[in-house]
Ligand binder design. Structure first.
Ligand SMILES: Cc1ncc(COP(=O)(O)O)c(C=O)c1O
Length: 379
């Protein structure tokens, strides 16, 4: 437990809520979830499940009809066929990441992750007595692992490399050629590639292809949290290689029995055209926010060498203003009433020089946030 860190942003969030309780106005740019409510058709499907009392345990791998619906989604969204039997419905993508690590990691196994990156990943590995290997990445590789980095950090103990595309905290996307090369290298070494596609659907330039279909042991992780606006329902999924499904079933049964039944029934409505139309409109709203925020932050002296192509984050270098991004975030909250996330939440590589802005707030509020930051900086 000593090697598992909390999410530092929670301290800031608690302080922000305390200030709000005292009557202060706070602009939230720290929160990693969409500000939009769950689309109505999904809520209605959830309500129907509650009214009908469909609230029993489901199979550990998920409701068969939801697994089928997810398989169909891969066909309509990406034109990729996948057997529903390879889909594991989980409690958030967090559940999927833990299960994937559970079947791959033995004590001492190494898993390559990017620094900066989503912090829970290294903690899942630690929980299993594995060794997360944090690979420092920067703007030159779009803050992502590359085939060269994977090869460089590979040892005989490495079992997997994990990437998120688009990523948290940087919103950057791995180019498909690079991802395919990574998959080939891992396949040759008998290693697994875990691709976290949780921010798919929230991509603002071009369209993404899924990592499904790349060679080797590829685990594709996804979630209803972000694009589908269903964070609190705690539902995600994984497409795993066929040979792991039995082990994953066993592990899911033991760890949490099944993902929440009402959430699974509600999610049956997530792929309906009416829901997708709502979600795509919201994606366009996120794009408009990004298009406002990136130049506005650059004008205030924040370094953003890579324009985020997806998710709802801007990872910015704040070294023109501070050498201590955590202190900076605390100060900005106290004095200007703007909450952001310090780099330390995403690793240690140049963390004190970076902060993450989340555009999970309306354009008006973001504009007010930027105006407050400008006053705070005296620009
Ligand atoms: C990259 C990434 N993966 C996984 C998660 C976990 O999300 P959930 O468990 O809600 O699917 C998050 C949450 O912020 C994330 O940013």
């Amino acid at each position: 437990m000593a090697r598992i860190a909390p999410f530092h942003v929670m301290v800031l969030l608690a302080r922000a809520r305390a200030l709000e309780a005292e009557g202060r106005s706070i602009i939230h740019m720290e929160i990693g979830e969409p500000d939009f409510p769950t689309p109505r058709p999904v809520c209605e499907a959830g309500i129907r499940a509650l009214e009908k009392g469909e609230l029993f345990y489901t199979p550990a791998l998920g409701l068969p009809e939801l697994r089928e619906a997810i398989a169909r989604y891969y066909v309509t969204r990406y034109g990729v066929e996948v057997a529903a039997g390879r889909i594991v419905v989980t409690s958030g993508s967090s559940g999927a990441l833990l299960l994937a690590m559970g079947v791959l990691v033995d004590p001492g196994s190494e898993v390559l992750v990017s620094d900066p990156g989503y912090p829970a990943n290294r903690h899942f590995v630690r929980l299993l007595n594995g060794e997360p290997v944090s690979v420092p990445v920067g703007p030159d590789s779009k803050y992502q692992l590359t085939p060269e980095l994977v090869e460089h950090y590979w040892t005989e103990r490495t079992v997997a490399a994990l990437v998120a595309t688009p990523s948290n905290p940087t919103g950057t996307v791995i180019d498909p050629v690079s991802l395919a090369q990574m998959a080939r290298f891992l396949a040759l070494r008998n290693g697994a590639l875990i691709v976290d596609e949780i921010y798919h659907g929230l991509v603002y330039e071009g369209d993404l292809t899924t990592a499904l279909g790349l060679e080797g042991n590829v685990f594709v992780i996804n979630s209803f949290s972000k694009y589908f606006n269903m964070t609190g329902w705690r539902l995600g999924w994984m497409v795993a290689p066929e040979g792991y499904i039995g082990e994953l079933d066993k592990l899911a049964q033991n760890v949490y029995l099944c993902a929440p039944a009402p959430a699974q029934r509600a999610a049956m409505a997530a792929f309906q055209p009416a829901t997708l139309a709502i979600l795509d409109q919201r994606r366009d709203e996120f794009r408009a926010r990004r298009d406002y925020l990136v130049p506005a932050l650059r004008a205030l002296g924040f370094g953003i060498p890579q324009v985020p192509q997806g998710a709802f984050y801007v990872y910015a270098n704040c070294s023109r203003h501070t050498k201590d991004s955590y202190g900076f975030a605390l100060d900005l909250l106290e004095r200007a009433g703007v909450a952001i996330t310090p780099g330390i939440d995403f690793g240690s590589h140049r963390a004190a020089e970076h902060v993450r802005f989340a555009y999970t707030n309306s354009l008006d509020r973001l504009q007010e946030g930027v105006a407050r930051i400008a006053r705070f900086l005296g620009t």
